[in-house]
Design a protein around this ligand. Structure first.
Ligand code: COA
Length: 498
């Protein structure tokens, strides 16, 4: 490891200390803001904090970009160190702590978080803990595999702990584009009109006096486990690609395509993977996370530019990325989540958004966050940042879950994240419902006929017809005394089937 290359700022060279020493900067009641968006979170310092305070049970507010590793969410949750958690998580121990009431979780649109911190709505940030590739001559922090909320945490925190991860190659420098908008009434248009536009600097500006500790670590990110593309994901991907090609044929999408956004997980990865067989060679992605399928598209020479806030690769993807880092660096820009998920830019660029749902109702409302209307799964993440502002907003889901005992198409969603006003297309392995220009009753028929699983199709249609019989052809026919019977039946019997 070349020390001089990793810390180029002379006045902070004497701030290097162990993770255990840095952990002593943390005090009960503090709010800490950390880097991390699936990848790029600090690791050694959080583990040292969890170890140091495990018997004292101090309480901290933990704010991050989005998902962070088990070294942070898992270790903190297991030691009972978290009072409030914002804005997104997928860790099983953190999820349990949220659902047993010991952690207060605020499920926020990811693009809202940095500005709400600057506006003072979420309290003061005491300490930012940021994973870095290196520190520049002026104290600028070069992030690693994600940017997330780090620029705002660094800007707003009293003190900053930098965890330099020497397992991350120095070549990551230059991949990031850091820009923080001014707040109203001084906000100006964000000057991105093409995915490839760079508008900021390649490091997070930081006054070196604020850096209270620099810790070296070489701990690796936990990689995503992507399963091979299954039949369901492949069918969803085929329906979607067919739909998008038809849109081009009818002149509703330009021949050059529009920038794509795709959510996290296997279905999202499979959908993007499907583009590899198409003839388009100039795809652009304006997305939040960048998964393995994007590397495939770059390798197949299909991609002009990719913008996101995090690289979230499988172990194999990560190896491939490191081996060809300079090639990928030419194509990829990592931005703060306030910019990658910014409604103004998403609408200007005409992004096609593809996200995953837990359940969808017959009128097109989508639940992305709550299991059976009560338990938190992960959070809304960036799905609504993209959906509400997309050129075409798409939700994909298998038509059933839990061995067909749950229908993901239901009479009424048990929690609403995306309303019928925002959702344009629903696709399952059964087919695709194009909801644009349809009234609620037309939407119900399209969703039931095209998307519901055969085991549930007739029962859904019967529900819809009985609702019309009872209320007449009102705007949105529903039977309020039965709308959630499917969910309660599943809770009581283990199946939504009658
Ligand atoms: N009711 C109850 N449980 C359901 C369900 C339903 N309707 N649909 C799925 N599930 C269960 C699955 O069985 C699975 O359970 P398991 O963990 O016990 O196996 C779990 O929920 C996850 O389902 P899966 O099909 O594996 O979904 P996924 O990994 O593709 O994730 C979301 C789907 C919606 C949870 C995930 O995409 C998410 O968190 N979205 C919100 C944030 C987001 O969209 N981010 C991207 C924005 S850029």
């Amino acid at each position: 490891m070349n020390f001089e290359e990793r810390i180029r700022c002379n006045i902070i060279k004497n701030k290097v200390m162990s993770a255990e020493e840095a952990a002593l900067l943390i005090k009960d009641g503090m709010t800490i803001g950390t880097s991390g968006f699936v990848t790029g979170g600090p690791k050694a310092v959080p583990l040292a904090i969890a170890e140091r305070y495990k018997n004292e049970k101090i309480k901290l507010n933990l704010y991050t970009g989005a998902i962070v590793g088990d070294e942070l969410d898992g270790a903190f949750a297991r030691e009972g160190l978290v009072n409030k958690r914002i804005p997104y998580q997928t860790n099983k121990d953190m999820r349990n702590a949220i659902n047993n009431g010991s952690v207060k979780f605020i499920d926020m649109h990811l693009s809202h978080m940095p500005q709400q911190i600057r506006y003072g709505f979420l309290g003061k940030i005491d300490i930012a803990i940021i994973e870095a590739t290196a520190i520049t001559e002026d104290g600028g922090i070069i992030p690693t595999m994600s940017v997330g909320n780090s620029p705002t945490f660094v800007n707003m925190a009293d003190k900053v702990i930098v965890e330099i991860n020497t397992s991350q190659p120095i070549e990551l420098e230059g991949m990031h584009d850091i820009y923080e908008p001014k707040d109203p009434p001084y906000r100006e248009p964000i000057p991105i009109s093409k995915v490839s536009d760079r508008i900021g600097v390649p490091y997070i500006p930081c006054n070196p006096d604020k850096i209270a500790a620099v810790v070296f670590s070489d701990m690796k990110d936990t990689t995503l486990q992507l399963t091979s593309i299954n039949e369901t994901s492949k069918k969803i991907s085929d329906y979607l690609i067919d739909f998008l090609q038809t849109e081009i044929k009818h002149g509703r999408l330009p021949k050059t395509f529009l920038p794509l956004q795709s959510g996290v997980g296997n279905v999202a990865n499979a959908v993007l993977g499907g583009f590899i067989e198409l003839k388009y060679n100039n795809l652009n992605l304006y997305s939040e996370v960048i998964q393995d399928s994007v590397l495939d598209l770059i390798d197949a020479d299909k991609v002009e530019k990719v913008s996101g806030t995090a690289l979230t690769l499988s172990e194999e993807g990560l190896k491939r990325f490191y081996t060809n880092i300079n090639k990928y660096k030419e194509k990829i820009i990592l931005r703060p989540q306030e910019i990658s998920n910014n409604p103004e830019i998403i609408r200007r660029l005409g992004v096609i958004s593809i996200n995953t749902a837990i359940e969808v109702d017959i009128y097109g409302n989508v639940n992305s966050t709550h299991i059976l209307g009560t338990k938190m799964m992960n959070g809304i993440g960036g799905s609504a940042d993209f959906t509400r502002n997309a050129y075409i907003s798409i939700f994909a889901t298998p038509s059933t879950a839990k061995d067909d005992n749950i229908s993901c198409i239901v009479p009424m969603v048990s929690h609403v994240d995306h309303t019928e006003h925002d959702v344009m297309v629903v696709v399952t392995e059964q087919g695709l419902a194009d909801l644009r220009g349809l009234s609620p009753k037309e939407r119900a028929i399209a969703i039931i006929k095209n998307c519901a699983h055969p085991d549930y199709k007739d029962v859904l249609m019967e529900y819809y017809e009985r609702a019309i019989k009872k209320h007449g052809a009102v705007q949105t026919p529903n039977l309020l005394d039965e709308a959630f019977l499917w969910h309660t039946r599943y809770s009581n019997t283990g199946s939504m089937k009658i």
